[in-house]
Design a binder for this molecule. Structure first.
Ligand code: ADP
Length: 363
């Protein structure tokens, strides 16, 4: 049935539009804008969604209007649904990345990858352009959190020539439903369970390639999910990339203070900034009684913050619902104020450390 009474404009909020006109979700999916079902859509207009995905808004509005009148999803031309992620002509082999922020943990299993994803989602809700470089090469979990499976495409960039004058092949990042760009070793093969064997020096080389030999869009934030610990790989990354500051993720355990001291020392020795500390799995709130339990023991967040010389950005509770959505590849459906808190406190921490440089060019 036609819904001529529903207004469709670039300023229409995606979630409200889909609620009033369900066929809009199918139309948006045709454009690769799968965000109608994700947490970001609540915060985004059609114009903002189209921009984030590198699409022109006019064809999206035209298709939505046609679907509203006819009740059918119109055919969308390839041209209209192909992201032009950089303005034509503006790309000359250099993506402009404003902030490079590695997420580090002293040890594995503290939820570093999930925290990286939650920060990315929080920043996207504020309409920043965000990418995640999955540097946890031996245990890459970022694609799984976002339900990404298709191997990365390779494109030759005519603007970058190798020694033989040939165009340099570059990886094209995968794009999540809410337009977060992702590069991961798990997306180099179509078999999710293929074990990749990387030795130390190769490992840091691969991470560098993920930074340099990728057609990243111009980004506000590139978050790097670092390998856990203070081994060679995180060290090399911190040393060799233009890092603006590190986020440390810990858990409430006595051991954490010792591990964090080590990680903090490493970061400081490399003359990099710790922007803040996130205590994950900090406590659990029983859904039936509201009682708060400190499952892993009392919080060490303040002690860790003192050691790191940086503020506590957030204390994240244990939440089976978050773990479930993450396991199902639907992390973007987590619609929790913690994402905004992480983004807000990170932005506040960055504001305290003004950048000496305006933008960073890669390559
Ligand atoms: P790391 O990257 O530090 O190895 P992950 O992010 O992969 O850790 O998290 C390990 C496991 O713990 C995952 O299954 C994840 O879903 C779960 N997890 C992480 N943080 C939380 C949390 N706050 N509540 C519930 N489960 C969590």
């Amino acid at each position: 049935m036609p819904h001529i009474d529903i207004q469709i404009s670039p300023d229409s909020n995606i979630e409200e539009l889909v609620a009033a006109l369900p066929i809009a979700a199918e139309v948006l999916t045709q454009f690769g804008l799968g965000c109608s079902g994700c947490g970001v859509s609540k915060y985004e207009t059609i114009a903002q969604g189209a921009k984030a995905h590198g699409l022109r808004v006019e064809p999206v509005i035209a298709a939505l209007t046609q679907a509203r009148l006819s009740g059918f999803v119109p055919l969308v031309s390839n041209e209209d649904r192909t992201p032009a992620r950089r303005a034509p002509g503006s790309f000359n082999g250099r993506a402009r990345i404003k902030y490079v922020i590695p997420i580090m943990s002293g040890k594995g299993g503290v939820g570093k990858s999930l925290v990286t994803a939650l920060i990315a989602i929080g920043l996207r809700r504020k309409h920043y352009a965000v990418g995640i470089l999955d540097g946890d090469i031996t245990g890459p979990s970022i694609p799984k959190l976002f339900g990404l499976r298709t191997p990365l495409a390779i494109e030759a960039d005519p603007a970058v020539k190798n020694d033989k004058g040939q165009a340099q092949p570059l990886m094209v990042p995968a794009v999540t439903r809410s337009a977060i760009e992702v590069v991961s070793a798990n997306l180099l093969t179509d078999k999710e369970d293929t074990a990749m064997i990387w030795r130390g020096p190769i490992l840091s080389g691969v991470i560098r390639q993920f930074y340099e030999q990728v057609l990243w869009s111009d980004l506000d934030f590139l978050l790097i999910d670092l390998p856990p610990g203070t081994s060679d790989a995180p060290l090399t990354i911190l040393q060799s990339l233009p890092v603006d500051g590190v986020v440390l993720v810990t858990m409430p355990q006595a051991l954490a203070t010792m591990i964090v001291r080590k990680a903090a020392n490493l970061v400081h020795q490399l003359k990099k900034q710790i922007l803040g500390v996130v205590e994950n799995m900090s406590y659990f709130v029983a859904p039936d009684t509201g009682t708060k339990y400190e499952i892993f023991g009392p919080s060490y967040a303040d002690k860790v913050s003192e050691l790191a010389g940086a503020p506590v950005l957030a204390r994240i509770p244990i939440d089976p619902e978050k773990a479930r959505l993450a396991d199902e590849g639907r992390v973007e459906e987590i619609d929790d104020p913690i994402c905004d808190q992480l983004a807000d406190s990170l932005l506040a921490a960055l504001a305290l450390h003004p950048k000496p440089k305006e933008v960073i060019s890669i390559i």
